[in-house]
Each structure stands twice: as structure tokens, then as C-alpha cells.
Ligand binder design. Structure first.
Ligand SMILES: [Zn+2]
Length: 83
């Protein structure tokens, strides 16, 4: 892995946790335009991050509200709105 790629892969994962500075995001974007390896890496971890986020959200929802109760509420809402 090239030195630049190491830095870019670090920036790519950091951008998921914090907002990058202007210069950092420029450097990241320029590099991604030129380097397909980092482009793939960036796409991969971004997807992974989204999946984990959705799963974490679903887990929290499930803790607050079990599936069958949610279904019941959804049905009640649907029934009441169809009147
Ligand atoms: Zn690269």
C-alpha cells in the first residue's frame, strides 16, 4: 500500500465518525478520483458503516418496542386512519 493510500484509508474511515476538515475532504476526494483501490475501500467501509448503523438502530427499536407490539400499533394506526 502506498503511503498516500494509508492516509486516505484513515481519512475514509474517520469521515464516518467525524466531519473532516476542508483540506482533508479535498485530499480524500482528489485521491479517490485517481485511485481505484481507495475508491473501493471507501465504498466498502461506507456501506459497512450504513449497515451497522441500521442494525444498531433496529436493535434499539426492538429493545424499546417488541416486533408484535409494533405491528399492533401499526395496524391500529392504519385502521384509525382509514375511517
Ligand atoms: Zn489510494
Amino acid at each position: 500500500m502506498k503511503h498516500a493510500c494509508e492516509e486516505i484509508s484513515r481519512l475514509a474511515s474517520e469521515k464516518l465518525e467525524r466531519s473532516l476538515s476542508f483540506m482533508e475532504s479535498i485530499r480524500l476526494r482528489l485521491h479517490l478520483l485517481m485511485c481505484s483501490a481507495c475508491r473501493h475501500y471507501d465504498a466498502h467501509i461506507t456501506t459497512l458503516h450504513k449497515v451497522l448503523k441500521i442494525r444498531r438502530k433496529n436493535t434499539l427499536d426492538t429493545v424499546r418496542l417488541p416486533q408484535h407490539k409494533r405491528k399492533k400499533i401499526e395496524k391500529a394506526l392504519k385502521d384509525s386512519s382509514s375511517d
